[in-house]
Write a protein that binds this ligand. Structure first.
Ligand SMILES: [Zn+2]
Length: 282
């Protein structure tokens, strides 16, 4: 949390207000928000214009006219909030981006403090190597690519889909939801997926992510967009957060287990574990 749809919602909400604006400063309230970035580097961002704002996996990437990029990762509870600059500072605000001739600022709010900002000044060393190691984006991956990614791994399919180097943008919620709709057990080895299951996963993943972006993301616990609005996709969850409730497809009880060391929600009837190589008796 937040995952692809929540980050996409945030990017779409900020982009039209921020493109073309000139940064007049970045004020740091909590130094731990900076990742592999010396605070003095932020001074060099003053006077740079925002030329693009894009989502890359679960990162928000601001490209600036001085050739640098601001890389935000929201992790568990981070978000970028657009609000009037003059109001008293909010409790969980870690930094403020100010712009020339504008009454509003962007604040990085993060109660759990795992989120971060890294500045890529365009030198040889990227402060966040993961950004350049991401797999294909979950909204842009082709069916064939997804099939190949699954076929190449013996890992539990859930672990593979959570790994940003395999496929970028998914997290716990959307992996659980996609696997349920595709009828795949989360602990099944990825390569055990049949071509039909891989195709079903491809369709499920895209439909869910698109719908979730339309809904402004899922608001489970703390997530809010850049204007403080909650998303609504959580109402359409079929397994995530529904342990003990009835499966909307078959009526069985949704189960909860640790898979890939993450809390995992699934329907034991709709998502059967493949028998593997064990021989049948008789
Ligand atoms: Zn079911």
């Amino acid at each position: 949390m937040p995952e692809l749809p929540e980050v996409e919602t945030m990017v779409l909400g900020l982009r039209k207000d921020l493109l073309g604006r000139t940064l007049s400063g970045v004020r740091i309230f909590d130094k731990s928000v900076l990742r592999n970035t010396p605070a003095r580097l932020l001074g060099k961002m003053r006077g740079a214009r925002v030329i693009s704002l894009k989502r890359k996996g679960k990162f928000l990437v601001f490209r600036l006219s001085n050739g640098a990029a601001l890389l935000f990762h929201l992790k568990m509870t981070g978000r970028l909030l657009l609000r009037e600059s003059g109001l008293p500072k909010g409790r969980w605000e870690r930094l403020q981006m100010e712009f020339d001739g504008w009454k509003k600022s962007v604040f990085f709010v993060d109660p759990r403090r795992f989120g971060y900002l890294a500045v890529d000044a365009g030198g040889r060393e990227c402060p966040v190597p993961l950004l350049y190691e991401l797999g294909p984006d979950a909204l842009a991956v082709s069916r064939q690519e997804l099939e190949d990614i699954l076929a190449a791994s013996r890992r539990p399919v859930k672990a593979l889909l959570l790994d940003q180097r395999s496929i970028a943008g998914l997290g716990n919620i959307y992996v659980d939801e996609s696997l349920h709709r595709a009828g795949i057990h989360p602990a099944a080895p990825a390569l055990s997926a049949t071509p039909e299951q891989a195709a079903a996963l491809y369709r499920a993943m895209r439909n869910i992510l698109r719908k979730a972006v339309e809904c402004g993301g899922s608001s489970v616990r703390s997530y809010r967009d850049s204007r403080g609005n909650a998303g609504s996709f959580q109402r359409l969850h079929r397994v995530y957060g529904r342990q003990g409730e009835k499966c909307r497809r078959c009526g069985s009880e949704i189960e909860y287990a640790k898979v890939a060391s993450r809390g995992t929600h699934f329907c034991p009837a709709c998502q059967k574990k493949p028998a593997g190589r064990r021989r049948r008796k008789g």
